[in-house]
Design a protein around this ligand. Structure first.
Ligand code: FES
Ligand code: FES
Length: 160
């Protein structure tokens, strides 16, 4: 067991775990942060999508030993805090569009959506294209893709 520190949703945390434990289990089982969901554990379904230093990533496929003490991990629980509001514009768009069905994939969908819109913004673009949306590979077994894409376009207008 080794001590590992990183910044989680704006707060420094330290955990004492084996080197090869995947970060998703550290978040969920050690720290009790259960927004990131377990689907495949193989970096395929994207249900666990979070942000590391503002970029989307999948903690089911990253060992805790790969995380640096300065790395900033954001989960759905901390997303609103990144804009200092009760809800992030993407979360509001999700509610307005009644996007979720069973809900299991939705935290990962929202985190992937925010990273996508932020990437478009960082490139100096203001329009979310079909190609941008096609780049989101998160699986939804309930098939809410049409509502997801509409919500992303709606939220992007409040994020630009
Ligand atoms: S659980 Fe992480 S990608 Fe599926
Ligand atoms: S809302 Fe059920 S899996 Fe996406």
């Amino acid at each position: 067991m080794t001590n590992y520190s990183f910044i989680l949703n704006g707060t420094s945390v330290t955990v004492d775990v084996d080197d090869n434990v995947r970060l998703l289990w550290v978040l969920r089982d050690v720290l009790g942060v259960t927004g990131p969901k377990y689907g495949c554990g193989l970096d395929v379904c994207k249900a666990c999508t979070c942000h590391i230093n503002g970029q989307a990533f999948n903690p089911c496929s990253v060992t805790v030993s790969e995380i640096k003490s300065t790395d900033e991990i954001t989960t759905i629980e901390g997303l609103a805090g990144t804009v200092d509001a009760d809800l992030h514009p993407m979360q509001q768009a999700w509610l307005d569009g009644d996007v979720a069905q069973c809900g299991y994939c939705q935290p990962g969908q929202i985190m992937a959506a925010v990273a996508t819109v932020n990437k478009v913004k960082s490139e100096g673009r203001t329009i979310i294209t079909d190609d941008d949306l096609d780049g989101i590979r998160n699986i939804c077994r309930c098939g809410t893709y049409v509502r997801i894409r509409a919500a992303i376009r709606a939220a992007a207008e409040n994020m630009m």
